[in-house]
Unconditional design. Structure first.
Length: 59
């Protein structure tokens, strides 16, 4: 899904899991989490605009 769609329809606090392409290899190699990183939409898109920004008057 496009990050902008996630931003428009999900809360900034929603967790997002970033899974590396070689997840299975990392997991098999003993990496406990397989290289998965967890962050929020707000962390992923720190300067994004959302639905509330579309209500602002245009200059």
């Amino acid at each position: 899904m496009c990050r902008q769609v996630l931003r428009e329809f999900c809360a900034l606090t929603m967790p997002v899991l970033l899974v590396p392409a070689d997840y299975a290899k990392q997991k098999a190699g003993g990496d406990i989490d397989g290289g998965v990183k967890e962050m929020t939409i707000g962390e992923l898109l720190p300067h994004s605009f959302g639905p509330k920004d579309l209500e602002l008057p245009r200059g």
